[in-house]
Write a protein that binds this ligand. Structure first.
Ligand SMILES: [Zn+2]
Ligand SMILES: [Zn+2]
Length: 329
């Protein structure tokens, strides 16, 4: 029996609303609070962007490889990993240093090119992670839920889609940050278009480089972004499972030197859960924290300031004082 015209129009409107959510992250006609209380399982239609991102990497079979394309992919991996760790994590989520309003906006846009949604969404979820790490309220714990859930499953649940503005009032007061957060798809699209344009130009002007617009998009955007996603997600999953614990924190966070290399310092996760307000996550000199070294260099030229240092007590023994000491730069 054919569906009634009223029902068909209703279904179309529901479909349109779901499409709008991909365009405007804050578009929740039923209310964001209601969605946040909703389903907490993997949702198939929310998996589509991830399946697409991974499948698009196979485009390399058609576009081929060149040194310039692979080099671009590697450079964009490190650059955007830095944007995630230095800006999304250590600035927006934990406010471990200060910067100007313009730089704050630039940090938001650079972070958004990593295709890990907007800065306010990222910071809000991360603050909730620290509040209830590895407890029932932790939305991506490999301890209370499965490993796959902590790595990627939680992002596909519609209950985790809205930005919880209640926990980020310090960031939500900047309309330009809210704008980047709402239209978080725009910076990645601009990056993809720029890569296509650069590749096409190189193909026309320097054919000996053997690159093309689509080759640059496949390597520089899709492959780089997929590896970057898994590198970042490892901190939610692996860094709460494998490694050593210097501090007896109220969670299962671990220090893992291998993860620290791939994530520019984020692998010192047990240190970080102990001192979340410190800019540096490595405590001893052998705990390489490249993000911190770059932020320190940025502070020398005045781009950022008031980096929060790890309390001196951390160098001596297990400490209960998690309040970082602020040292003027
Ligand atoms: Zn953690
Ligand atoms: Zn954190």
């Amino acid at each position: 029996m054919p569906a009634s015209p009223v029902k068909a129009v209703g279904n179309s409107l529901v479909l349109l609303a779901r499409c709008f959510r991909f365009l405007d992250s804050d578009y929740f006609p039923e209310g964001a609070q209601k969605v946040m209380r909703g389903a907490k399982e993997v949702e198939i239609d929310r998996c589509i962007p991830f399946v697409f991102l991974h499948a698009a990497c196979l485009g390399v079979l058609w576009t081929g490889t060149s040194a310039v394309a692979v080099g671009t992919a590697v450079a964009l991996y490190w650059l955007r990993m830095f944007a995630i760790t230095a800006f999304y994590h250590r600035y927006f989520s934990h406010r471990t240093y200060k910067t100007s309003r313009f730089m704050q906006f630039a940090f938001a846009v650079m972070g958004a090119t990593a295709v890990q949604r907007g800065p306010l969404w990222w910071a809000a979820h991360h603050r909730c992670h620290h509040r209830e790490a590895d407890k029932e309220g932790d939305i991506h714990s490999p301890v209370t839920r499965s490993f796959v859930w902590s790595h990627i499953g939680w992002i596909t649940s519609s209950s985790n889609m809205p930005t919880n503005y209640a926990v980020i009032p310090d960031l939500a007061r900047y309309p330009e940050l809210v704008l980047v957060n709402r239209f978080d798809w725009l910076p990645p699209v601009l990056l993809g278009v720029s890569l296509f344009a650069a590749g096409s130009w190189l193909q026309a002007t320097m054919p000996e480089l053997n690159t093309s617009g689509w080759q640059m998009v496949v390597w520089g955007f899709f492959i780089s972004t997929v590896v970057l996603f898994h590198g970042t997600a490892c901190i939610n999953s692996l860094a709460h499972k494998f490694g050593s614990r210097r501090f007896n924190t109220d969670d299962d966070s671990k220090n893992n030197w291998l993860l620290a290399i791939f994530t520019l310092g984020e692998g010192w996760h047990n240190n970080h859960h102990k001192f979340p307000g410190a800019t540096s996550q490595g405590i001893f000199w052998w705990e390489l924290d490249v993000t911190y070294l770059i932020l320190k260099a940025m502070s020398k030229v005045g781009l950022v300031w008031n980096l929060h240092h790890t309390p001196p007590s951390a160098f001596i023994s297990e400490s209960t004082d998690s309040k970082p000491v602020t040292v003027s730069q």
